[in-house]
Ligand binder design. Structure first.
Ligand SMILES: CC(C)(COP(=O)(O)OP(=O)(O)OC[C@H]1O[C@@H](n2cnc3c(N)ncnc32)[C@H](O)[C@@H]1OP(=O)(O)O)[C@@H](O)C(=O)NCCC(=O)NCCS
Length: 185
């Protein structure tokens, strides 16, 4: 399916595409350097993000109510994230925790380094109606300090985010059905 999708952007047939990995494991299309992509999969679902001329990262997580997210936030995330997760409606705590988590994964996957610990130097700043955010990187130089993140509107119980370089981008979502996957179209 990844090949079928990428082939539309590259204008090559799916089986001709050479997908290689960087030394940190990020898959890349080295023959089509302007086409950047990233993928995530979880419990039978997947998201594939494709961008032109800018690095992109994507992450998807399923909400698991049995997980003690306040404990995890205390252990791994920053004070500011913890304050946000603990504050507000307790029924939305898991969603707030996962937004802080997927924002990091999406940004770090866009950078190609994958999830890099420690995670407590950075924090998520949500903007507007909560579909947009900025991951503020404590360790980065001032140019790169704020990284834009877009939260996807997914079915209930799922949280996903896309991050890309710069701020002048929009996200277009395409759903791919199981029959399209089976046909490879
Ligand atoms: C990449 C990583 C974030 C994946 O996290 P995950 O939540 O388990 O899995 P996801 O479904 O979201 O993403 C998996 C996909 O990310 C992509 N990926 C792998 N390494 C990547 C990297 N360095 N940068 C961007 N994308 C990467 C791959 O396409 C992978 O799927 P595939 O192996 O089927 O091709 C994680 O494995 C990682 O950080 N690895 C590198 C660093 C590491 O091992 N740290 C350990 C710290 S305890």
């Amino acid at each position: 399916m990844l090949r079928a999708i990428l082939s539309r952007y590259c204008g090559a047939s799916p089986d001709q595409l050479a997908i290689r990995r960087t030394s940190d494991g990020k898959p890349v299309l080295s023959d089509y350097p302007s086409i950047r992509f990233n993928l995530t999969h979880s419990h039978g679902r997947a998201l594939i993000a494709v961008a032109r001329d800018r690095e992109v990262g994507v992450d998807l997580e399923q909400v698991r109510r049995e997980v003690d997210v306040v404990r995890l936030a205390r252990r791994f995330l920053s004070e500011r994230d913890l304050t946000c997760i603990e504050g507000g409606d307790p029924a939305q705590r898991h969603e707030r925790f996962l937004k802080a988590w997927v924002a990091r994964e999406a940004v770090f996957k866009a950078d190609g380094r994958g999830m890099t610990f420690p995670l407590d130097r950075d924090y998520l700043e949500l903007t507007g109606d909560g579909t947009e955010g900025c991951l503020v990187l404590g360790s980065a130089g001032s140019d790169e300090k704020r990284r834009r993140v877009h939260f996807l509107s997914l079915s209930s119980g799922w949280i996903g985010a896309v991050a890309a370089e710069g701020t002048d981008w929009t996200v277009t979502v395409c759903n791919v059905s199981e029959s399209q996957i089976n046909r490879g179209t």
